[in-house]
Ligand binder design. Structure first.
Ligand code: AVJ
Length: 310
């Protein structure tokens, strides 16, 4: 099985990110229990269009999506969380034989899976606790069927180019020659719309951004003061991405595992990238592994759901 990345501890990743010339933190550390709750709040904000737009696309096209997926589908979802969007497929289709939700947070994963198993007794549900950014080892005991990886939410937008390539290679490896890939991809649009989505008026995204420091404090015993940082989201035109940063409000120092890190007033910690693609760009990126067979979008062309085959 293809390896995505060697496993590094949170301590190593945090130290690595904070000792470089541009301080940064891996965006996956937004999502502790509190962070996941704040993210759920983000998805309900007026300004944050991706979640509701993707959900509408799924609902409006569920029958056609089912036709593309074929018979006896084994749906595999890396980073399944609440499996919210997947419910639309499980409910609306009758060709799903199995569902493998994959998530790093085991407790939540198993409770969601058992609840789903009750709601959909005819579907074999086999949760897998794993950090899919490292590698995906599917259980040997999978039910028979066509493997389809479902990756909604435009999470692919958070990956750097080399991570995108490794992830696509892993997905291609999992689904095999006969499988498919159903993925949500956020699209390039007016900058004002993008900036509003990541700078909401209620400050929910700001709380989400600062929560990465609280999560690190809890896990590593560090003493970051989230209130010493402002939230900033900018559009990077050259890289075609929204970037989130934490801007330091005054000079101070924080000790991480014995290493003293200095922060200057005005200095930024880069916490997230959210790439926005055109349909052409995305087709080009996946082309070494997949061919785009069908694209569904909303009427404003803000978000896309894409069906790919090897
Ligand atoms: C769920 C990771 C795709 O990039 O839009 C929301 C995360 N960050 N607001 C995104 C997020 C700030 C979101 N993803």
């Amino acid at each position: 099985m293809t390896k995505v990345k060697e496993r590094k501890s949170m301590r190593d990743e945090v130290l690595y990110g904070l000792t470089g010339p541009q301080k940064s933190l891996p965006s996956k550390y937004f999502y502790d229990e509190r962070g996941s709750k704040i993210f759920d709040e983000i998805t309900e904000l007026e300004e944050y269009y991706p979640t509701r737009t993707e959900r509408d696309i799924l609902k409006q096209n569920v029958e056609e999506i089912g036709c593309h997926l074929g018979d006896e589908v084994i749906l595999i979802e890396p980073g399944s969380g609440s499996s919210d969007k997947t419910r639309i497929l499980l409910k609306g289709l009758n060709n799903i034989a199995g569902y493998i939700p994959i998530d790093i947070s085991g407790e939540y994963l198993f409770s969601v899976a058992s609840e789903l198993q009750k709601a959909f007794p005819e579907i074999t549900i086999e949760p897998l606790q794993a950090d899919y950014t490292h590698s995906i080892n599917l259980p040997d005991s999978l039910p028979e069927g066509r493997k389809v990886v479902f990756f909604p939410g435009s999470t692919i937008g958070n990956f750097k180019r080399d991570t995108v390539d490794r992830f696509l290679a892993v997905v291609a490896d999992i689904v095999g020659r006969e499988g498919a890939f159903l993925i949500g991809v956020d699209l390039k649009k007016e900058v004002e719309v993008l900036l509003a989505a990541y700078n909401d008026s209620k400050g929910v995204t700001a709380a989400f951004n600062r929560n990465i420091l609280r999560h690190i404090n809890r896990e590593l015993g560090t003493d970051f003061d989230p209130d010493l940082f402002d939230h900033k989201a900018i559009w990077n035109e050259e890289e075609s991405r929204i970037e989130m940063h934490l801007v330091c409000k005054e000079d101070h120092e924080v000790v991480v595992n014995g290493t003293c890190i200095s922060f200057r007033k005005g200095e930024c910690i880069h916490t997230e990238n959210s790439h926005k693609y055109t349909l052409e760009e995305f087709g080009e990126i996946v082309s070494p592994w997949f061919e785009v067979k069908k694209v569904w979008t909303d009427e404003k062309d803000w978000f896309s759901l894409q069906y790919l085959e090897p």
